[in-house]
Write a protein that binds this ligand. Structure first.
Ligand SMILES: [Zn+2]
Ligand SMILES: [Zn+2]
Ligand SMILES: [Zn+2]
Length: 445
């Protein structure tokens, strides 16, 4: 796993290069506090709460998301398995004791993961119902603050991604088009609460689900909170898993308090990489001081047409105003080389010379063991990104290819035994393809 070399005093999981800002239009968002180099790590965040998808529950630990072929199953159900007994006990103590009794029943109804994540989060933050009074007080305290910055801060002024209030106060963009979704959420939450009341001791003892149950103040509080949490997970959960070039191998969903503050762009200035249970956010391009930090919540413009992207974004009630959308940039399939761009002859010569030299170095790496040379290739690819970013106006195929290559290199730099193709042979093939593409570019007039 990578490390943040210059940690942020106010945001422990981030580098000192970013800050949380607020404005009326953008609400809370992330900005660069200094000039950032391409490839720099900006955030290394562990999710507040996560959940595996059904396909992954027998391959990854349900608690720490570690891959294992010898998982230890839950003692009482077949829906959770763990890397170690320690993970099993932790999960049990934090949430699974409640989940375990209701999972089988709810899975018969094929409850989607977003709802499960909202249910798990509610169980976790109330400490399986034991902390309801304190939680109620804490949230009432958070609700009383109207100022933009106070909400994300803890008492010592730090932004801690493991504090629920930072998830609770994530900007909510649920609109009127979500009435149907809201109705479905209400139904799922009502069903979950009834099952929790009947089958577990979350409200002190197992309860009869009748009129008195629906009037119980603890039940009403947990129900409302669960509904809010489900709203948050529907809108804000991030898919996690491995990714390689345009393909991704999803394992589940996670809630990230800090990374989720970055707004969307179809050409984000960051690339992201999951390392088991941490999301690393790297700078894709050089970023100027004061510039906003963007992530992409749908596949980037190079791999997905504008109309499809916009449809996906609409599901999250997002309207994208990024330059690729405004100018209708083509996908990478449409060749958009620096050679066809209105750049000066001097710039072209500079790029040509750099790429020629790069091919020599790269070919040298290819003849040796690629996996041993990943850190050196990363340095060379970053140089290429910086050069192209400074000299060519986007969109530029070579720049996009280099950013994609950088992401794959970061994925391969921290290989764990896994069955996704970001393995040593995978990265060698990608390096070969990258080499061939650049050679092809240079051979054209
Ligand atoms: Zn584990
Ligand atoms: Zn269980
Ligand atoms: Zn866009």
């Amino acid at each position: 796993m990578p490390k943040i070399s210059a940690p942020n005093v106010k945001i422990p999981c981030a580098s000192d290069a970013i800050a949380v800002e607020h404005s009326a239009k953008l609400v809370r968002h992330l900005i660069a506090t200094r000039k950032i180099k391409s490839g720099e790590i900006l955030i290394l965040e562990k999710p507040h709460c996560s959940i595996l998808d059904q396909r992954s529950i027998y391959t990854y630990c349900s608690h720490c998301l570690q891959i294992s072929w010898t998982l230890i199953p839950c003692k009482y159900c077949v829906y959770a398995a763990y890397y170690s007994e320690l993970c099993r006990d932790k999960a049990w103590n934090e949430y699974h004791e409640i989940e375990c009794s209701i999972m089988g029943f709810l899975l018969c109804f094929s409850v989607p993961e977003q709802y499960w994540l909202g249910v798990r989060l509610t169980i976790m933050i109330s400490q399986k119902g034991m902390k309801l009074a304190t939680l109620k007080e804490e949230l009432a305290h958070v609700d009383r603050f109207k100022g933009p910055h106070t909400k994300e801060n803890s008492n010592d002024g730090k932004f801690c991604n493991d504090q629920y209030r930072n998830i609770y106060t994530l900007p909510n963009n649920v609109g009127s088009s979500f009435v149907l979704k809201q109705l479905v959420s209400v139904l799922w939450c009502a069903l979950s609460i009834c099952m929790i009341g009947r089958e577990t001791e979350m409200f002190g003892k197992k309860m009869e689900v009748n009129y008195t149950f629906t009037k119980n103040p603890h039940v009403i509080f947990v129900g409302e909170l669960m509904l809010r949490n489900v709203d948050i997970t529907l809108m804000k959960a991030t898919v996690f898993g491995a990714s390689c070039r345009s393909a991704s191998y999803d394992h589940g969903l996670a809630l990230l308090a800090l990374c989720r503050l970055a707004n969307h762009s179809c050409d984000p200035n960051t690339i992201e990489q999951w390392y088991t249970d941490h999301l690393a956010l790297y700078a894709a391009y050089p970023i100027e001081k004061g510039e906003q930090i963007f992530r992409s919540y749908v596949p980037r413009y190079i791999v997905m047409e504008k109309s499809t992207r916009r449809g996906r974004l609409q599901d999250r009630n997002l309207m994208c105003e990024c330059i690729p959308c405004k100018e209708d940039w083509p996908t990478l399939v449409t060749y958009c080389s620096y050679k066809q761009k209105a750049v000066t002859q001097e710039a072209k010569t500079k790029i040509d010379a750099f790429l020629q030299q790069y091919l020599v170095t790269h070919s040298d790496f290819l003849q040796k063991d690629i996996t041993q040379n990943i850190p050196n290739i990363i340095i060379e690819v970053i140089k290429m990104i910086e050069l192209l970013h400074n000299l060519v106006q986007k969109p530029c195929s070579e720049l996009d290819m280099a950013v994609t290559m950088l992401k794959d290199l970061y994925a391969a730099a921290d290989i764990v035994y896994d069955y996704v193709p970001v393995t040593p042979p995978g990265i060698t093939i990608q390096c070969l393809v990258f080499y061939a593409s650049l050679q092809h570019t240079l051979s054209k007039n």
